[in-house]
Design a protein around this ligand. Structure first.
Ligand SMILES: *[C@@H]1O[C@H](CO)[C@@H](O)[C@H](O)[C@H]1NC(C)=O
Ligand SMILES: *[C@@H]1O[C@H](CO)[C@@H](O)[C@H](O)[C@H]1NC(C)=O
Ligand SMILES: *[C@@H]1O[C@H](CO)[C@@H](O)[C@H](O)[C@H]1NC(C)=O
Length: 393
């Protein structure tokens, strides 16, 4: 009897001791979970003179940042330096709950296509952030893809290189991403691309590329959901914002676009496969010297159906006719197209009236509006008029 009581006491004290130890280490885990730490790239061997390859230093600093066991890890790219980076990937998942990628210095890509380190086919993009949940990219630095030489490649001669013009900044397979203030310029291809990601906020960016540069979309969005882009200036050689397949709940607002090709959905349906883009809002945007305003671009396949689109309060001037063009397929007409208060005028009003008079006399008359296989309604001011839309009035 006495023996078994003693044994129990011993067992009990052992358990108590264990619990005490566990509680102690648990509380230290909790407190470490509130830690914040900054990793400065200069401490990992970065030079920042614009010619030394800082890629390794950035990779090392990233490893520390991503693996930091705490609430927030900051990767600091200090002001006053220019860091040369080869194609680089900042890959998660990270241990830190929140990653603060603070770019106050400038980043540049190699200037000559020959200098790009394209081993293992890594040349499709310059800087990629992948598989990160809780990413903040902020600061007053410039990310310069130095694409001029890529743009001017003779594509007859360097076909392969032309097809591989790298994109600038890629966010992929990530969530809760906040990008603000940075400037992205002159990437050889798309300036920025948001892919397979969700809950992404982009604001106060400046994105520029030469107005004649090929395929330099400002921000491309693909297979992503809940993306908000606002208060940004975008001047490029292609679409300011383009929205590709698989995108849903996209809100683009207060974008100043131009030069560029406007804001576009598409091109969709290239391979005839099912592709969906849903719940897109483009509002309060300004277009200056753009080849288009808002567009939905599709390939001529049966895979694409356009329905339930509203154009509201769009006004301005145009030098290119037609001002409004809705060309839909016979097999899948566009349905539920609604236009309200559209007022797009010719730069030269008088010329416009003259031409209206000459309407039936000339074979070279270019219409102000074109509309094929469209079902929908219009309301309010409609200038130019779209014959295919039923008027509410
Ligand atoms: C990120 O780090 C910078 C520089 O250390 C700091 O100013 C900024 O507030 C941090 N951002 C967030 C979201 O914590
Ligand atoms: C581009 O390369 C092709 C093939 O080498 C050549 O025939 C052509 O003249 C080049 N074009 C220019 C503008 O240099
Ligand atoms: C789109 O985002 C802007 C800026 O955050 C906001 O003001 C606007 O209400 C949003 N629009 C919709 C339809 O959610």
């Amino acid at each position: 009897m006495a023996k078994s009581v003693m044994f129990l006491t011993f067992l009990l004290s052992l358990t108590l001791f264990n619990t005490f130890q566990l509680a102690q280490s648990y509380s230290s885990i909790i407190s470490r979970r509130y830690d914040r730490k900054t990793f400065n790239v200069l401490d990992y061997g970065a030079i920042g003179d614009g010619s030394f390859d800082d890629s390794k230093a950035f990779k090392d600093a990233w490893k520390k940042t991503c693996n930091f066991f705490g609430a927030q890890a900051t990767m600091e790219i200090p002001q006053g330096y220019t860091f040369l980076l080869q194609p680089i990937e900042f890959h998660g998942p990270c241990v830190s709950k929140k990653i603060n990628f603070s770019i106050n210095g400038n980043l540049i890509a190699p200037a000559s296509p020959d200098e790009w380190d394209c081993k293992n086919d890594h040349c499709h993009q310059w800087i990629e952030f992948a598989h990160i949940d809780g990413l903040y990219i902020d600061g007053h630095g410039t990310l310069d893809g130095q694409g001029t030489q890529w743009w001017s490649l003779n594509c007859t001669k360097y076909k392969k290189a032309c097809l591989k013009r790298p994109r600038g900044v890629i966010i992929s397979h990530s969530s809760n991403v906040h990008i603000s203030n940075i400037m992205v310029k002159d990437s050889p291809n798309f300036q920025m691309s948001l892919e397979d990601s969700k809950w992404v906020t982009v604001k106060q960016l400046t994105i520029t590329a030469d107005g004649d540069s090929p395929n330099t979309d400002g921000i491309h969005i693909q297979r992503s959901q809940n993306v908000i882009v606002y208060n940004s200036n975008i001047r490029t050689g292609d679409d300011c914002v383009s929205i590709g397949d698989g995108s849903k709940f996209i809100n683009i607002s207060r974008i100043s676009c131009g030069p560029g090709h406007g804001i576009s959905i598409g091109s969709l349906g290239r391979h005839g496969t099912k592709e969906t883009v849903e719940d897109v809002v483009v509002q309060d945007c300004t277009f200056r010297k753009t080849t288009n305003g808002v567009r939905i671009k599709t390939w001529q396949t049966k895979a694409v159906e356009i329905k339930n689109v509203m154009y509201n309060n769009i006004y301005g001037t145009s030098i290119k006719k037609p001002f409004v063009q809705l060309l839909c397929s016979k097999s899948f007409p566009c349905r539920d197209i609604f236009m309200n208060d559209i007022n797009i005028r010719d730069e030269n009003e008088e010329e416009e009236e003259e031409e209206e008079k000459k309407y039936h006399k000339s074979h070279h008359y270019h219409p102000y509006a074109e509309c094929i296989n469209v079902k929908g309604m219009s309301n309010g001011v409609m200038k130019p008029k779209l014959a295919c839309l039923k008027s509410f009035a």
